[in-house]
Design a protein around this ligand. Sequence first.
Ligand code: ZN
Length: 113
Amino acid sequence: MPRASDNAPMAVTRCPRCRAEDIAADAHPTRVLGNGVETRVFVCRSCYRPTELEYRIACDAAGVAYRPLPIRDALRGLREFYAARLDERDEPEIHAALADIDRRLAIGPVSDT
Ligand SMILES: [Zn+2]
């Protein structure tokens, strides 16, 4: 196993939709529908609404009932996402993002924002 050196290139987690934004500390959970199968994805802030809209349209076209992503489900997914990013790069922004998710999960049942 090669050891990570100080010169190792910084791991960047690009938004899968625009491939421009680094979403390691600011990801938005959404879904894509392919062949009637839902896949969870994380995108950047500006891609979030278009991706949800495309998902809604894809559901409509495939005759699948559209349901909003349950908020606690989304938060748990985000928590896993940020924890995995922290393994790649130990940065205060990612710690802060993770702490924010933990705070929101600790609130208990929350109404959709
Ligand atoms: Zn994006």
